[in-house]
Design a protein around this ligand. Structure first.
Ligand SMILES: [Zn+2]
Length: 100
């Protein structure tokens, strides 16, 4: 995936910054993580990941306030990205349909 495939999105409710991804990217990330997860020992699954596999729902909501991905907008030059914040992935509303 190239840089142009990612978008910078901001939550309209809380202002948190996210990296917008396509549905196919999110689905592939879930598949690859779960392939790795399934090879771990059960105790490592719990210790490292709380015993939870990845799921597409992890890409649907703002990590900070829980707003749905459709509430995101592209950032503007006037928006400032806080230094040191964690940037998580979320479905890009404009790329949420199946783009395979
Ligand atoms: Zn939010």
């Amino acid at each position: 995936m190239k840089k142009k495939d990612f978008t910078q999105l901001i939550c309209n409710k809380c202002g948190w910054i996210h990296m917008g991804v396509s549905l196919s990217f999110a689905e592939n990330e879930v598949k690859e993580f779960n392939f790795y997860y399934d090879k771990l020992k059960p105790e490592d699954q719990v210790t490292l990941y709380g015993g939870e596999k990845s799921h597409l729902s992890h890409y649907l909501f703002c990590q900070r306030c829980g707003s749905l991905f459709t509430k995101m907008r592209r950032i503007k030059k006037s928006d400032t990205v806080p230094i040191g914040c964690t940037i998580t992935s979320i479905l890009d509303p404009k790329k949420a349909s199946d783009d395979k």
